[in-house]
Design a protein around this ligand. Sequence first.
Ligand code: NI
Length: 155
Amino acid sequence: MHLAQPLPLPIVEALVMSKKVAVIRKEHFNAAHRLARADWSNEQNEQTFGRCSYPNFHGHNYEVEIKVVGEIDTKTGFVMDLKVLSDLVSEKVLDRFDHKNLNVDVEEFKNLNPTAENICVVIYELLRPHLDQKLDLFIRLSETPRNFVEYPVGY
Ligand code: NI
């Protein structure tokens, strides 16, 4: 009986070499916010931001997807180690945002309205310096099950 031989390593590695793949980590955090501009009246804020402008804050269950795109490392078979990504997201984002009041507790939002759009860009900026330059990073954030934002655009 003929036993099939495994394909030689260089041929197997050539199958995945230069292939771009996305790895995605999903995370969750709860946070309070208020949408308002300090230089606008309460009336103007309510006209623009509706119930999200009420002065005493309100909470959201945020879902965030952190998508990293790059070539598969032929040695490990990884684009990046998801444990490393998970630890990075915990340290840079979740530890700072989860169960916090974004307006009051998070430096980045002291003077930046914590809309989903702005939160998404801030998450990107917090993570980007810690990832290999060869990897592309995309963030998707949902504030409610029906509303999503993405940054940067194009995936
Ligand atoms: Ni809100």
